[in-house]
Write a new protein. Structure first.
Length: 353
């Protein structure tokens, strides 16, 4: 049995062929599954075909263990079939609803300020498990989802094959049909993944977690910097923006006394130069056990002003969901559902783009 929610349109065609059905039947199955929500029953196929479909495909759903609701963001805790748990967040902006999706159980990137990495990576999520986070939130909330942020737990570039399938499913015109520009993927700077995404058919908006303007500082808070130094990351970012004629987002989390000086803002402006990119300043969502604190408001504004004066595009990410611990970098995963993942007990926070 194959979980239909993990199959791209093309892969569904291939599975249909392998069970002796015409691949073109995917053209009716996709809308029935994603838009009409009728499953197989209403499809105009012979009983024999319908029986074969029922024998070969399942419609998976993640088990929702808990939710935490606030005015601006709702957090969902999911149990996967092997007992692992992950979280996702429904972010409620004035301009629409956005789902922040997790891509791995745990994370190996080891960014010092991030709670999601406290559990090391147990496994990658399947494309079906990512699709089902979006479908599950749509169903449980009753909200029409307008956009997807691939910014939950995990490093998407470390699970890129499944993430690309997930994007392919979400954007297919006969399926959920999200616009490619309504999906944003955030990476800590895994350079080969940036090129692969740029050259794929699924080149969504790219955000790069920069958080420091030089490799010395970056390496001290983000181990990935030692593998992919900033010049390589910026070269890949430039390739992305030029190939797709799209602005790349550079995320910069404000860590008090660490990366928030005017001097670092100047370095950041110089690093960006004439690149088609803008800086998204993120308030740090501090956890009690974190060694980091968010920079004071005046310092954030000072940093912002230096960038502005130097002609850099800057936005400030509005923080959503801190009251329920559902903000950026603080979503948690657990390997057995017993700890870490409990909504309310964890200190998850998810900022909105
Ligand atoms: N692994 C990917 C996506 C997940 S994190 C990445 O690193 O980009 C999504 C964003 O939240 C990243 O920019 C991350 O650095 C940031 N982040 C992590 N912890 C945070 C925290 N406590 N407060 C605010 N942002 C945080």
């Amino acid at each position: 049995m194959t979980d239909i929610y993990g199959l791209t349109f093309e892969k569904l065609g291939a599975v249909l062929e392998s069970i002796g059905e015409k691949p073109s039947r995917a053209g009716l199955i996709f809308p029935a599954v994603y838009n009409e929500h009728t499953g197989f029953d209403a499809l105009p196929f012979r009983e024999e075909t319908l029986a074969r479909l029922r024998e070969n495909f399942t419609f998976g759903r993640l088990k929702c263990l808990d939710t935490a609701v606030s005015g601006t963001a709702d957090k969902y805790l999911w149990e996967l079939s092997d007992g692992c748990t992950v979280e996702s967040v429904l972010m409620k902006h004035e301009f629409g609803y956005n789902v922040c999706v997790s891509t791995q159980v745990g994370c190996n990137m080891g960014c010092k300020f991030c709670v999601s990495g406290r559990l090391r990576r147990r496994r990658d999520l399947t494309a079906a498990e990512m699709t089902e986070q979006v479908l599950g939130i749509g169903e449980l909330s009753g909200c029409r989802i307008d956009g997807i942020s691939i910014m939950g737990i995990g490093e998407p570039m470390e699970n890129l094959a499944n993430v690309l399938d997930f994007i392919g499913i979400m954007t297919h015109p006969k399926g959920p049909a999200f616009g490619i520009k309504h999906i944003t993927l955030s990476t800590c700077g895994v350079v080969p993944g940036i090129y692969e995404l740029a050259d794929s058919e699924n080149a969504v908006n790219l955000a790069i977690s920069l958080h420091a303007p030089n490799d010395g500082l970056r390496g001290s808070i983000m181990p990935i910097a030692r593998k992919y130094p900033l010049p390589e990351v910026m070269k890949a970012a430039r390739y992305y923006s030029e190939k797709l004629n799209r602005r790349v987002t550079l995320e910069y989390v404000m860590l008090d006394g660490v990366n928030d000086s005017d001097e670092y803002a100047v370095q950041l402006a110089e690093l960006i130069g004439d690149m088609n990119a803008y800086v998204n300043i993120i308030r740090y969502n501090s956890a009690p056990e974190s060694e980091f604190r968010c920079s004071p408001h005046e310092r954030i504004m000072g940093f912002y002003d230096v960038l502005k004066k130097r002609g850099v595009g800057v936005t400030m990410r509005r923080s959503l969901g801190d009251s329920i611990n559902a903000a950026c970098g603080q979503l948690s995963a657990s390997a057995d559902g017993r700890d870490g993942g409990r909504v309310g007990a964890s200190d998850s926070v998810c900022n909105a783009v």
